[in-house]
Design a binder for this molecule. Structure first.
Ligand code: ADP
Length: 384
């Protein structure tokens, strides 16, 4: 039986071959973080300081190993209050955190064609958890939800209405991270700046125009392949290039190239990792970095237009939080919009990069998707 007075919140981020987890106490302080990678015959578990190989051929096996390891490190399963899942795609209907009822589960399943590489794995984990810990309430938080406030002109492709109704429209992603940016920036700046240009730069990368705390435009669209140059995804590309690739390589070949063989990896000859690229000194690696920066600036111009101006720039994600070179490159192309930074603070990854009296403030903030999920799951449970 689950103890209703139990306080811990478990957050799960389930991918095709990995399960990442974080545990928060009742005050939403993070107490433990880890996961299982390489689901299959030789999966590897890491939780706090513990590391070991585990037999986890599938999501159920991975979760079972993870739950056992959590118990071994003092997180009693019957003290868990709720589990919050990151769900990549909620489609047009699921924009707010939701209890995973049979209806919500069915809706997430209906979104599978929109996120074939993600939603089936989220469902597998939800189903496995329901059998492993049947009394534990489960909540889904959607990466698409934050962008539901985009105006129709931003959401629609120039396609007939029946296709938009069938789901062929823009959604946007990294919404949990952008929600975290709003929360953290409000606390740090004292008040939320009106027009915020936020960059979430990791292996997947996007940017978002946030006006008065709401997303009004973002670079990812129908799928997380659109927009900025990414680790292995192409970013924006002419649809006729996609059609030609599909003709020449088949649909699966085209999808694989655009998702796993393009972006920084495609440009550099195989290196998708920004830190590794920065350490190299060959022309292709330098060009890949230049491409990343140039297209971040180009998209930034579009997002600034969508907000009719700029009051703050925020960087988050692995690259955004750690790469002084990339931040400097992007910001050097935004001086026309008033963004200026202190190079010393930039080198130190300081939270505040701008001079005190600057008109446009510039920030480096940690991505806190897990915290946002924990908070939403706990708050949703409190309302029942
Ligand atoms: P994901 O999208 O998979 O969550 P992350 O947000 O962890 O990815 O970001 C991973 C990216 O951050 C990689 O390209 C990695 O090289 C880059 N990165 C991490 N630390 C640094 C650093 N110190 N300098 C440059 N890039 C970094």
């Amino acid at each position: 039986m689950i103890d209703p007075t139990g306080g811990d919140v478990l957050v799960l981020n389930v991918g095709s071959s990995s399960i990442k987890c974080a545990v928060f106490d009742s005050s939403l302080r993070e107490v433990l973080r880890g996961g299982v990678e390489g689901l299959g015959p030789r999966a590897r578990l890491q939780l706090g300081a513990a590391r070991r190989d585990v037999d986890a051929p599938d999501h159920r096996g991975g979760l079972a190993a993870l739950l056992e390891a959590l118990e071994a490190q003092g997180v009693a399963l019957n003290r868990l209050r709720v589990v919050g899942h990151r769900v990549v795609h909620g489609g047009p209907g699921l924009t707010q955190p939701a209890h995973i009822t049979p209806q919500v589960r069915a809706e997430i399943a209906r979104c599978t064609p929109l996120a074939p590489l993600h939603n089936p794995h989220h469902l597998a984990a939800m189903d496995a958890l329901a059998t492993l810990v049947p009394d534990l309430p489960q909540v889904a938080c959607f990466d698409t939800g934050f962008h539901a406030t985009n105006p129709q002109v931003a959401l629609r492709y120039a396609l007939p209405a029946d296709l938009a109704e069938a789901g062929l429209r823009r959604y946007g992603f990294h919404g949990l991270s952008y929600g975290g940016v709003v929360r953290r920036l409000t606390a740090l700046a004292g008040a939320l700046p009106g027009r915020v240009l936020a960059f979430h730069l990791g292996n997947g990368a996007s940017a978002c125009a946030i006006r008065d705390g709401q997303s009004v435009a973002t670079t990812m669209g129908y799928s997380p392949t659109d927009g900025l140059t990414m680790g292995t995804r192409s970013g924006s590309i002419d649809p006729n290039v996609v059609l030609r690739l599909a003709e020449e390589r088949g649909i699966d070949g085209a999808r694989h190239l655009l998702t796993h063989g393009a972006g920084l990896a495609g440009l550099s000859g195989g290196v998708s990792d920004m830190r590794a690229l920065e350490a190299r000194d060959d022309p292709a690696s330098r060009f890949a970095i230049d491409h990343f920066i140039y297209w971040a600036q180009r998209h930034a111009g579009s997002l600034i237009a969508a907000m009719q101006g700029l009051d703050a720039v925020v960087f988050t994600g692995g690259i955004g939080e750690n790469s002084a070179m990339i931040r400097a490159g992007i910001l050097d192309g935004l001086t026309w919009a008033g963004a200026r930074y202190d190079p010393d603070r930039n080198r130190r990854n300081a939270p505040r990069l701008h001079a005190k009296d600057a008109e446009v403030s510039v920030w480096v903030l940690p991505a806190e998707e897990e915290y946002m999920i924990a908070q939403a799951a706990r708050d949703l449970l409190a309302t029942v």
